[in-house]
Design a protein around this ligand. Structure first.
Ligand SMILES: [Zn+2]
Length: 254
């Protein structure tokens, strides 16, 4: 599952660097404003950002990014903001169906922000609620989004599990897309499978490798055969053992 992030930055926001240079985690908020929308929150924030602003709003219809995550926002108190964290507000609704849609995008976005910087999902460290931030640094007294999640039967532990599942899915999809192993014929299958295991990537017989598939993958090898499609590195020899040798050589093992 993947969603589109609609960028609509609020003009004239400050461009202050995080202490660490990049954000070190994400903070999950909820707006405490039932029936609001991402657009409405953005409009409100565009006149009040001096007091507070976050990077994203999520409602049941879209993910709207209102501030650049390269710079800190003012969403959760001085220490957390500066350290700093990418911050996401979940718009609130009493409608269960709308909640489910928004919640799916919200957890996906939290995972995506962590995954973009390979921060892993660490409850209370890289993935924080505003409640965590208030308890840890005591600069704010907000406890969102805990009560709002509870109003729809979700716990913080549910959210952590859902963000983790999303993060893992992104990792697996990426691995698959980074590398692909083709093999020429049945005699090449075993060594191709071993190579694929080495890269944690899929294998496909060369005759089934469509142009679409090949164009979606960065690194491609073909095991065996006398020629490979454009952009695919051919690892082959005169016989099975020579092919095996070519594969091992490519890995720098001999
Ligand atoms: Zn908050």
């Amino acid at each position: 599952m993947s969603y589109t992030i609609v960028q609509n930055f609020i003009p004239r926001l400050p461009k202050e660097a995080y202490d660490a240079g990049n954000y070190v985690g994400v903070i999950a908020h909820s707006t405490a404003n039932n029936g609001d929308s991402a657009e409405g929150e953005r409009n409100y924030e565009s006149t009040t950002w001096q007091n507070a602003f976050v990077h994203f709003f999520v409602d049941d219809l879209k993910i709207e990014q209102v501030a650049d995550t390269d710079y800190l926002c003012y969403g959760a108190g001085h220490t957390a903001n500066h350290m700093g964290y990418a911050q996401v507000e979940l718009c609130q609704t009493t409608d269960a169906t709308k909640f489910a849609k928004a919640y799916a995008m919200y957890t996906w976005l939290l995972a995506k922000l962590l995954y973009n910087r390979k921060l892993s999902v660490v409850d209370g460290v890289t993935l924080m609620s505003h409640a965590h931030v208030s308890a840890k640094w005591k600069e704010t007294d907000h406890t969102d989004p805990i009560d709002y999640l509870a109003s729809h039967g979700k716990t913080w532990a549910n959210l952590v599990a859902d963000v983790t599942a999303s993060y893992n899915e992104m990792e697996v999809n990426d691995l698959k897309l980074q590398t692909l192993i083709l093999y020429s014929g049945d005699a090449d299958l075993q060594i191709a499978a071993d190579l694929a295991q080495h890269f944690s990537c899929p294998i496909v017989q060369a005759v089934y490798a469509t142009a679409d598939l090949l164009s979606s993958v960065t690194t491609k090898y073909q095991v065996g055969g006398s020629s490979a499609p454009a952009g695919v590195t051919l690892l082959a020899g005169a016989d099975r053992f020579a092919t095996m040798k070519a594969v091992l050589k490519s890995l720098g093992e001999i």
